[in-house]
Design a protein around this ligand. Structure first.
Ligand code: ADP
Ligand code: MG
Length: 695
């Protein structure tokens, strides 16, 4: 295998490639465009497109596509060949600037939440030149944003780019106040750790529930689960090792900085962490990573499961969104600095994050709400549904002393004037292993841990960028008017921390006592997706998005609707699949096995009428659970039929949560009770044991 440095970025039309292939002037113009976050001049687009096409053809590509991320959180591509017809019946290989910069697409079947009626189905895609084009399976992919002709964002990239702009603008105002004149651009940086399961393809194929819904809808507890904790960071099996090796190679070719790989807590569970990068690129890369994980697994006779909860009773999968804010020269604004002024600046940004998370806690909860994630949040394996911030002892001490104007670590109270305060370096110590916190400070960044493994990271980062931008805006408004900057910063930080310190929680988030404590503090506890989603359109949240020009009211409402609809659809598919598997596989198996036991009993009774026979109590138990199962299936069926589709979406979602989900769980409960009773030869589904040890 070639060295990583030889293959890294080989399939990407990256900066080095552009520099090599573009005329100097064009390259510089393009660079300016991306650095200053402006839109692309059509004059240079043609030159770039041509160079890109030549490169792609040399790399063996025949098609190009505008690669985009519709609101359903997956990626979409429509492939076009480079060919155009010539008069002599031959073809010309062409790719114009227009085709690079803007594509038209009839994408009426993508969810739009009513934003785009199907009769005006066309939308257009526009290249995001800050994310490089790349080649995937013979196709040149151009990362694009996707909008309607009315200019409404129909995708996940557009709002992310808008939110980056908002944050850039406000963060620059703050930096200028600190005398930072040279910084041109501020960007959010993200490293997204991705968890996933690998199971054998043959075993997978015998689980229709898993194939249809991405998770097992049935399965009794295996004799050996994760009780022994022997999987976490354990030795990686050869088949998995081979998968990881190829995955890394594929990701490196695409310029994705795949860095860390290890086994996770559950059996068959693993994690991949890339090195962080600018958030829009991180979002593109994470989508690609999920895509490529599935494809590589397939080539190795395995299936990669990205669902948040593939197996009941076994840890599910999440995604950790490591977040910070950096300047164009690479200075991390959430890193405590070496001078008092840098430290005041750090504390101001830190305070802004704290205020933003507290102020918009419901909105952040909304961004991680999904049917899949409902199995995790608050289930003592993932963070609680309550938003809170973990700071660690040391930083918490600093914050406490600021709030109470008392001494910290030997400094006299008078020295706590922020302008002259020297902060300690916060070591990335073991305290960040408080895995129960949804939002933890880990030395020089925050780790937002509530994301579901299959979701796009765009939504959470849109809200983080926007909320932080908004807090910074109010701070800048105040500080720009101040007579004495140092005093004003000092007062502003103290006042803001006092107002928002309720969001800071350094204890055990799995503890029931925290739920009560959080309630006393007035923090919201939005337990399920259905509880959370209506907050998307709270006046306060729409006002935030409009103020920062990230979403219009219509765009928020449409996204909210897409999310609610998605929840209903997912549970509906799960319920139908539950009925299907239970009726056609499990019930017949239980009946057949009961018949066998009954015949055995009858035969035994014929020769030994008075002796005790295990068949009898077994048959009784089988019969009880079988009829339970039958009734539960009928009840689930009825629950689905009784759904009133004339009701508003949110009411349907509530009904789904309150009536369909419990009915589905009841079917599973009786099926899972049957599983250990029914003979192995009769049981139609691979067991959890088989699934989790299939590799
Ligand atoms: P761990 O969480 O296992 O201790 P690290 O803290 O080193 O590992 O990093 C976890 C993730 O955080 C990685 O993806 C890493 O690139 C990312 N990360 C590190 N620094 C930053 C930063 N300044 N901004 C965003 N992400 C970062
Ligand atoms: Mg981590």
């Amino acid at each position: 295998m070639p060295n990583p440095d030889e293959i890294f970025g080989a399939y990407v039309f990256d900066d080095a490639m552009m520099q090599r292939r573009l005329p100097k002037e064009t390259y510089r113009a393009l660079k300016r465009t991306t650095e200053e976050g402006r839109s692309l001049d059509p004059a240079i687009a043609g030159v770039v497109a041509n160079a890109m096409k030549d490169w792609a053809l040399e790399m063996g590509a025949t098609h190009y596509t505008h690669w985009f991320q519709p609101m359903n959180g997956v990626t979409a591509e429509k492939h076009d060949a480079f060919i155009s017809p010539k008069a002599d019946g031959k073809v010309l290989l062409e790719f114009s600037g227009k085709e690079l910069v803007r594509g038209e697409t009839d994408a009426s079947s993508f969810p739009s939440g009513g934003l785009r009626a199907t009769f005006e189905a066309r939308g257009y895609t526009a290249w995001d030149p800050s994310s490089f084009a790349f080649i995937k399976e013979g196709t040149l992919c151009i990362p694009t944003a996707y909008c309607s002709y009315g200019g409404q964002a129909l995708d996940k990239k557009t709002p992310l780019l808008r939110s980056m702009q908002a944050l850039n603008k406000q963060a620059l105002r703050i930096l200028r106040l600190f005398g930072n004149d040279r910084v041109v651009r501020v960007v959010p940086t993200v490293g997204a750790e991705q968890e996933y399961f690998l199971i054998d393809k043959e075993v997978y194929r015998r689980r229709p529930d898993l194939m249809v819904t991405g998770r097992t809808l049935f399965g009794a507890r295996p004799p050996k689960g994760q009780e022994l904790d022997d999987h976490f960071f354990g030795v990686i099996k050869p088949r998995v090792q081979a998968f990881m090796k190829e995955l890394n190679t594929e990701l490196w070719k695409l310029g994705i900085l795949a860095k860390t790989e290890h086994n996770e807590a559950a059996p068959a569970q693993h994690e991949m962490a890339p090195i962080f990068t600018t958030v829009n690129i991180a979002a593109d890369h994470n989508q690609l990573t999920m895509d490529i994980m599935k494809k590589v697994a397939d080539r190795h006779g395995m299936v990669c499961l990205l669902h948040e909860k593939p197996f009941g009773g076994v840890n599910g999968s999440g995604k950790h969104n490591n977040y910070s804010i950096a300047t164009d020269s690479g200075v991390n604004l959430l890193n405590p600095g070496d001078t008092p002024s840098e430290n005041a600046q750090f504390l101001l940004f830190l305070t802004a994050v704290i205020a933003a998370v507290d102020e918009y806690q419901e909105l952040l909860r909304v961004t991680v709400a999904s049917a899949g994630n409902d199995h995790r949040l608050g289930a003592a394996e993932a963070p609680p549904a309550i938003m809170s911030i973990f700071l660690g002892d040391e930083l918490n001490g600093v914050i406490e002393s600021i709030v109470s104007e008392s001494r910290y670590a030997g400094h006299e109270p008078s020295q706590m004037r922020l302008g002259v305060h020297i902060l300690p370096k916060f070591p990335k110590d073991s305290t960040d292993r408080n895995r129960t916190s949804p939002f933890a400070f880990t030395g020089n960044k925050f780790e937002f841990r509530s994301l579901g493994s299959s979701q796009s990271i765009s939504g959470p980062n849109v809200v983080l960028n926007t909320a932080i931008a908004d807090v910074l805006m109010h701070m800048a408004d105040e500080l720009e008017k101040a007579q004495d900057f140092t005093t004003a910063v000092d007062a502003l930080i103290r006042r803001t921390l006092r107002a928002h310190k309720r969001i800071i929680f350094n204890g055990n988030g799995y503890d029931q006592a925290w739920v009560e404590e959080a309630e006393r503090r007035g923090l919201s506890n939005l337990r399920t997706t259905v509880d959370a989603l209506p907050h998307y359109t709270d006046d306060k949240n729409i006002a935030l998005f409009e103020r920062q020009k990230v979403y219009s009211r219509l765009e928020v409402e449409s996204r909210c609707e897409v999310k609610i609809e998605n929840y209903i659809k997912i549970i509906d598919i799960e319920a139908l699949s539950t009925i299907d598997v239970a009726r056609r596989m499990i019930l017949p198996a239980a009946i057949a096995y009961s018949g066998e036991v009954a015949s055995a009993l009858q035969a035994k009774r014929a020769v030994m009428p008075d002796l005790a026979a295990a068949e009898e109590p077994l048959l009784k138990r089988l019969s009880i659970h079988t009829s339970e199962l039958y009734n539960a299936i009928e009840a689930l069926h009825k629950a689905l039929q009784d759904m009133d589709t004339t009701q508003p979406m949110i009411a349907q979602a509530q009904y789904t949560r309150d009536c369909v989900v419990p009915a589905m769980n009841a079917v599973r409960a009786s099926a899972d009770a049957l599983e250990p009773l029914v003979g192995e030869k009769h049981w139609p589904l691979p067991t959890y044991q088989e699934l989790l040890t299939s590799i």
